[in-house]
Design a protein around this ligand. Structure first.
Ligand code: ZN
Length: 274
């Protein structure tokens, strides 16, 4: 099917018991909450369990996704685009260095959040064992300050209009979540170029990244939704449950996946507050 007839989510996919969604939302809030309030919530939860409350065990395939969590900077589900900056805008996740190995070259010493780093290491091992090449990490976590410097550099180099196309404003880059990574296989060429999608590695990634919880965030012909042209090298970690659903439902953007409006441009109101 062409992009003009995207796969629509089934009703069961969209509407679920609000109670379960709220519970999941609270649990995700708890994840992002400060340690002390987490302890309090844990205690309260234990009290309820002790009084006979059954902890729900919802399945991602049965219930509404905790869409609320797409606005939490620390959530694996967070949606960052030109109209949804991170909140707080200078959010800084806990990250660790991606481990270099015989199947992965992280000679730049780049970092990701633990879940994404582990997933990337597994992806690289599978990719190499399928003979699709040794993965090189070009870019991974970028702090707010780093992204600011990058953006200013691009403005000086190309002017503001072109800079906006080439680089995200600080606070609006998926790289600041610690869940996004730019990869290449230098031996196959086309590093950080659209022709990477035609290399053996690029094809393997497009077909298999979802098995490790990643999606190619900016696919061909999705610029009107995402505001970014095709980037076959930019992977975004969303977790395996979501990436599997994304894959199985033939979704092409996180905006479509969550039912968010298209975000092709920075909003005037947003840009004046940056
Ligand atoms: Zn990227």
């Amino acid at each position: 099917m062409s992009k003009s007839t995207p796969v629509r989510r089934r009703a069961a996919f969209v509407f679920g018991p609000p109670l379960v969604a709220a519970t999941l939302g609270v649990l995700l809030l708890v994840q992002g909450a400060a340690g002390s309030s987490f302890e309090i919530l844990k205690e309260r939860r234990q009290e309820r369990v002790d009084s006979g409350w059954v902890v729900p065990t919802p399945s991602f395939t049965d219930y509404l996704y905790p869409r609320l969590a797409t606005t939490f900077a620390g959530s694996e589900f967070v949606v960052v685009n030109k109209v949804n900056p991170l909140d707080p805008i200078d959010f800084a996740p806990q990250v660790r260095e991606i481990e270099s190995s015989s199947t992965l070259d992280n000679s730049r010493g780049l970092t990701l959040r633990e879940v994404a780093a582990t997933a990337l290491e597994k992806l690289a091992a599978a990719m190499a064992s399928d003979g699709a090449g040794k993965l090189f990490v070009n870019s991974a976590y970028r702090s707010y300050d780093y992204q600011s410097d990058l953006f200013v550099q691009k403005i000086e180099q190309y002017g503001e209009e072109e800079a906006l196309v080439r680089s995200a404003k600080p606070g609006h880059s998926e790289h600041q979540t610690g869940l996004a990574v730019d990869v290449s296989v230098p031996a196959q060429g086309c590093a950080i170029m659209q022709c990477f999608g035609d290399t053996e590695a690029g094809k393997w990634i497009a077909e298999n990244a979802w098995r490790f919880g990643f999606v190619v965030r900016y696919e061909l012909d999705t610029v009107s939704t995402t505001g970014y042209t095709y980037e076959p090298w930019h992977l975004r970690y969303i977790g395996r449950e979501l990436s599997t659903m994304y894959h199985e439902n033939g979704i092409h953007t996180l905006e479509d996946f969550w039912g968010y409006p298209a975000a092709p441009d920075y909003e005037m109101a947003a840009s004046t507050t940056d």
